[in-house]
Design a binder for this molecule. Structure first.
Ligand SMILES: *Cc1c(COP(=O)(O)O)cnc(C)c1O
Length: 425
């Protein structure tokens, strides 16, 4: 065999000081420990890897081990995946080109034509677009229900393979009852998938520890953290129960018999990058891995500021209502206390009489549709992020024509408050 194209990943378990906390894992996982070499995650941009001989090339293609072509494997992308696994407590990770790509990969990995998904209706607009407009073209149907285990159970069909929820819904600030949702899914031999973008890659919430089988991320948001890089990921728990899903248990031999506990991980990778090419580019993987190094610092401060701003907005006479799961008055506060740690998220929503006037009077906070940037951003979901949904679906998702969504950045709290107070007038 030839020399490996990169030094082997030193995962966090190779550190002498285990078990490590979130912040330590974020900066040490996948950084090679090689005296004389650079300290950090190396960026490998080559598309093709060299073979020694016909036999070597044949071996790499037959086993899928080693490196051949960057749509399939890349050492920098693998370093990001190792970091994501460590932070989320996952057994497997696949990095892809965006959060949308991650959701699509997850859906197609466990559903085929004739299958059905039950999802909570306060989903990110792009996810509900996939479920309503894209998957039906592949013969996969979805029912969107209120965010409760009872509503999920009531929508169950014999062909339901997946329950889909978000850790914290947007803009309603509703928290998924992960334990109860996983019980419903597992009782029927189906899986629970959770879009944990708002859970900060395990900093606020680790859904896999509460019974979720699949976690997805838009790494574009808090993971990258600086509003400069698109990316996504699919993370899996160890050996999810696939014995009642025809994709995995039909055929001779079945995928489950061929791949065992790795069957879903194999299919996620095969679909996401090998067949569909939703591969994350190496420079993006590098930027996202670096972003993860300061995630805990950023998110801790953003959550503190978000809570303080939510409390002050709630007491302001110009504000009609505030949705933030950290508020004791929030209907989602009990679930937030159960499933979140280290803060209640960096996003809050509130209603004002005249949202256009409010946005036009902001001087520091930018008007932009992103989340998780170092800079605070406000947006009017009714006309932007959820603007393409029919009106009744917007209302069902908790979107109000008066609503403003605020993603809190790392600016000083008093500067942010002065800006909001000034805009409220
Ligand atoms: C932004 C976002 C997505 C989509 O991610 P992209 O990286 O923009 O494709 C999915 N889910 C949630 C919760 C998001 O906030």
């Amino acid at each position: 065999m030839t020399t490996p194209p990169t030094a082997p990943l030193s995962d966090a378990h190779a550190c002498d000081t285990a078990p490590l906390g979130f912040g330590s894992l974020a900066v040490h996982t996948a950084v090679p420990r090689i005296p004389g070499s650079g300290l950090g995650i190396p960026l490998h941009t080559a598309v093709a890897y060299q073979f020694e001989s016909l036999e070597h090339g044949a071996d790499v293609f037959a086993t899928n081990e080693g490196y051949s072509y960057a749509r399939l494997q890349n050492p920098t992308v693998e370093a990001l995946e190792a970091r994501l696994r460590a932070l989320e407590g996952a057994a497997h990770a696949l990095a892809v080109s965006s959060g949308q790509a991650a959701s699509l990969t997850a859906f197609l990995s466990v559903c085929r034509a004739g299958d059905h998904i039950v999802a909570t209706s306060s989903l990110f607009g792009g996810t509900s677009g996939l479920l309503r407009n894209v998957l039906p073209n592949f013969g996969i149907s979805a029912t969107l229900v209120p965010n409760s285990p009872e509503a999920v159970e009531a929508a169950w069909q014999p062909n339901t393979r997946l329950v889909w929820a978000e850790t914290i819904g947007n803009p309603a600030g509703d928290v998924a009852d992960l334990g109860a949702l996983s019980s419903v899914a597992h009782a029927h031999g189906a899986l629970l998938g959770v879009d944990n973008t708002w859970g900060g890659v395990g900093y606020l919430c680790r859904p896999l520890g509460f019974g979720a089988d699949i976690v997805t991320h838009s790494l574009t948001k808090w993971a990258g953290g600086h509003g400069g890089t698109l990316g996504g990921a699919v993370l899996l728990r160890e050996a999810p129960d696939l014995a009642r899903n025809p994709i995995f248990c039909e055929g001779q031999p079945s995928l489950l018999e061929q791949r065992g506990a790795e069957a879903l991980a194999w299919r996620v990778r095969w679909l996401g990058v090998q067949q569909c090419g939703m591969t994350l580019a190496a420079p993006a993987a590098h930027a996202l891995a670096v972003g993860l190094e300061t995630l805990a610092l950023r998110l801790a401060q953003e959550c503190r500021s978000a809570l303080a701003l939510a409390e002050r907005l709630q007491a302001h006479p110009g504000v009609l209502g505030v949705q933030y799961p950290g508020l004791a008055a929030s209907p989602h506060h009990a679930l937030a206390r159960k499933y979140l740690r280290g803060g209640f998220g960096a996003v809050l929503s509130f209603e004002v009489a005249d949202p256009a006037r409010f946005l036009s009077r902001l001087r520091l906070v930018r008007i932009a549709p992103n989340l998780g940037d170092t800079r605070s951003m406000a947006v009017h979901p009714w006309t932007t992020t959820h603007g393409r949904l029919p009106e009744e679906q917007r209302l069902a998702a908790g979107v109000s024509p008066h609503g403003i969504r605020l993603s809190v950045g790392v600016e000083d709290l008093e500067d942010l408050w002065r800006d909001l107070e000034g805009a409220l007038g």
